[in-house]
Design a protein around this ligand. Structure first.
Ligand SMILES: O[C@H]1[C@H](O)[C@@H](O)[C@H](O)[C@@H](O)[C@H]1O
Ligand SMILES: [Fe+2]
Ligand SMILES: [Fe+2]
Length: 304
């Protein structure tokens, strides 16, 4: 049976307003105050600022860039795409994430569940009618469960951090780009050109992205027949693809549907990034609302 999923409508005017706001970090974004600095007193996503986390984050990206090759990604997609490891609900997965801290993130050292709820609640305030977007906020990082022993306890470099296409040249806008010089694909003439194994407008769906929590959670949602709209699935799959949604690289690989979905991703990104703070959310208070959304868009138990 094919389930037809309604695509949310995005008024262009709204997008333009949001984009304007991006230029001035202090302006309100439909109610959400975009903070100037992260909880360490630095600007967000400053990968060079001297901080407690700078060195470990850079070390993280070095290992990530060396090991994310076309062959590695292909193997991981095949293996983890089988979804034969665990059966659990979405909420159970949120709870599993409680113990993990993301080593790639210069802006956050809180357990992941805090980040999920902070993102979702910030979106909910500004977009009260887009319940699919609230749920997308809650689940977008659930793929980090790959760090858990029942998923083979993958190393951080294979789970978190920004993502990028493999199979074509690594764009200069990617964080700590210099470490790609130690990646074997960098010297492979099939992979190191602008298009590599891809073609103009082929669609991101046909592009292999570095392996991590985004692509994995997308596979989980899709294979378990989530009824989230395509924009929701797109956000989950590409939210770490900063070279695209922030720097505008790789646009030549997008098709028309990608262009539409990218508008929602840009909105989402502001909440994902700037809601990171030390302000705790009362989990028990908001839990019933999110359980009702999970019920609407997902089966009770999912294969992971
Ligand atoms: O460090 C962060 C973190 O791992 C996020 O979950 C991911 O989406 C970002 O792109 C990354 O830079
Ligand atoms: Fe993420
Ligand atoms: Fe996130």
């Amino acid at each position: 049976m094919t389930v037809l999923v309604e695509q949310p409508e995005l008024e262009l005017e709204v997008v333009e307003k949001k984009v304007d706001v991006e230029e001035n970090e202090l302006l309100l974004d439909g109610g959400f105050v975009v903070p100037e600095t992260n909880s360490f007193g630095q600007t967000f996503r400053d990968y060079n600022a001297e901080s407690e986390r700078q060195m470990s984050v850079e070390q993280f990206y070095r290992t990530n860039h060396i090991n994310q090759t076309y062959d590695f990604v292909k193997r991981m997609r095949e293996d983890y795409g089988k979804l034969n490891r665990v059966e659990m609900s979405i909420w159970e997965c949120c709870e599993l994430l409680n113990e993990f801290v993301d080593e790639s993130d210069p802006d956050l050292d809180e357990p992941q569940i805090e980040h999920l709820l902070q993102t979702a609640e910030a979106i909910r305030k500004d977009y009260p009618n887009e319940d699919w977007l609230h749920l997308t906020g809650l689940i977008h990082d659930l793929g980090k469960v790959l760090l858990h022993p029942s998923f083979g306890a993958l190393p951080q470099w294979a789970v978190v951090g920004d993502t990028f296409p493999v199979g074509c040249a690594f764009d200069e806008s990617i964080v700590h780009h210099k470490y790609f010089k130690e990646n074997p694909d960098y010297y492979n003439s099939a992979y190191n050109t602008k298009y590599g194994v891809y073609s103009e407008g082929c669609g991101l769906n046909n592009v292999m992205m570095s392996w991590g929590h985004d692509d994995y959670m997308y596979l989980v949602a899709k294979e378990n027949k989530s009824t989230l709209p395509s924009a929701g699935l797109f956000i989950i799959r590409y939210h770490s693809f900063y070279a695209l949604h922030r720097a505008g690289a790789y646009e030549h690989l997008m098709n028309e549907e990608d262009v539409e979905n990218l508008k929602w991703l840009k909105i989402f990104n502001k909440y994902d990034l700037y809601s990171k703070s030390k302000v705790r959310i009362d989990v028990e208070k908001v839990k019933p609302y999110y359980l009702s959304l999970i019920k609407k868009y997902f089966p009770e138990k999912l294969k992971w």
